[in-house]
Write a protein that binds this ligand. Structure first.
Ligand code: PLP
Length: 330
């Protein structure tokens, strides 16, 4: 990846003249079946550009309570776009129940914000949304005249998991999911392993609007071709290996099974969520400190979250299991 970055031809992307950025944008748009794409520094900015392109002041978007584009982006759509979120609770499988989506769509009446957009996320907290559900939810949105956006930061994890279920091809599955939406945001900096960057895909018209918003948000990046080259390398080399991350997440979950005070959720992709129960609950701060001291980074903002990725191998997973078992004397 570093060699690809060093070799990347560069230009000024603010003027659309960086060949490496242009090549990446074409590549990801082609892969997912869209007319155009826009390279942006972060997934947060990608979602912001999408929501502000679909919605205007006084519009609203329907979104999950746990969705990144609602809960984890500082309220950006409301702050920068005067776009109101309508968050809905998730079912246990991560979906937003179709009946709840339907009930949340407001009639055209001066009392209400205009419901404009359905925003889904796949994977959501490491969970693959069932494809039939994605189709049904987006069909409903379409029938009701809503736009449809996918936060596919982890779309390729979803595609790998879906391909494993269906026996299909990973890239075909990615495209099938993406084609249920009018815009899709993909992160290169998560499981795909690039240092930075996301892309927003959509129609030429939508991307032209997103381009203007990216500029306003300070996301026009000049000679960003060396970053685009990293993302492009990731698309060429790091998609199929996501299956290894999924296998290692299963290995981690199996290694943590049966420890008193830990409730481990069976992973579907590359994330393992663990809840502390009983007396262990009081020891979460202590546990995080002990793991961090051993170079095992876990996030405990709401539950313990472990993520496998291309810098984690089986030995690393086993080291984490040993450290956690050691902590609990299990
Ligand atoms: C990480 C992530 C984002 C945002 O990406 P940043 O580059 O960190 O801003 C958006 N959505 C999901 C689902 C993510 O996992």
């Amino acid at each position: 990846m570093r060699a690809a970055m060093a070799a990347a031809p560069l230009g000024d992307d603010v003027f659309g003249a960086d060949p490496s950025v242009n090549a990446l944008q074409e590549k990801i748009a082609d892969m997912l079946g869209f007319e155009a794409a826009l390279f942006v520094p972060t997934g947060t900015q990608s979602n912001l550009c999408a929501i502000l392109s679909h919605c205007g002041r006084g519009d609203e978007y329907i979104v999950g309570q746990q969705a990144h584009a609602y809960r984890w982006e500082g309220g950006g759509a409301a702050v920068f776009g005067s776009v109101q979120p309508q968050p809905l609770d998730h079912a246990a499988d991560g979906t937003l129940p179709i009946s709840a989506i339907e009930a949340a769509i407001k009639p055209d009446d001066a009392h209400f914000a205009r419901t404009r957009l359905l925003a889904l996320e796949n994977t959501l907290g490491g969970k693959l949304l069932p494809f039939d559900y994605v189709q049904a939810a987006t069909d409903l949105a379409k029938a009701k005249g809503l736009q449809r956006h996918l936060d596919g930061a982890r779309l390729f994890n979803a595609a790998v998991a879906q391909a494993a279920q269906s026996g299909g091809d990973v890239r075909v599955e990615a495209r099938r999911i993406a084609q249920c939406f009018e815009s899709v945001s993909v992160c290169f900096s998560k499981g795909l392993g690039a240092p930075i960057g996301s892309a927003l895909c959509g129609s030429r018209e939508l991307i032209a609007s997103a381009h203007r918003i990216r500029k306003m948000a300070g996301g026009g990046m000049r000679q960003s071709g060396f970053l685009a080259a990293a993302a492009s390398h990731a698309l060429d080399h790091h998609i199929d290996r996501l299956a290894d991350d999924h296998a290692l997440a299963k290995r981690l979950a199996a290694g943590l099974a049966g420890i008193d005070g830990l409730m481990v959720e069976a992973p579907q992709t590359n994330m393992v969520f663990v809840d502390l129960t009983g007396a262990a609950k009081e020891r979460s701060v202590e546990l995080l400190a002990a793991l961090n001291a051993q170079g095992i980074h876990t996030m405990g903002l709401y539950r313990l979250r472990f993520v496998t990725h291309l810098d984690v191998d089986a030995a690393g997973v086993d080291r984490a299991v040993t450290a956690i078992r050691g902590f609990f004397n299990a």
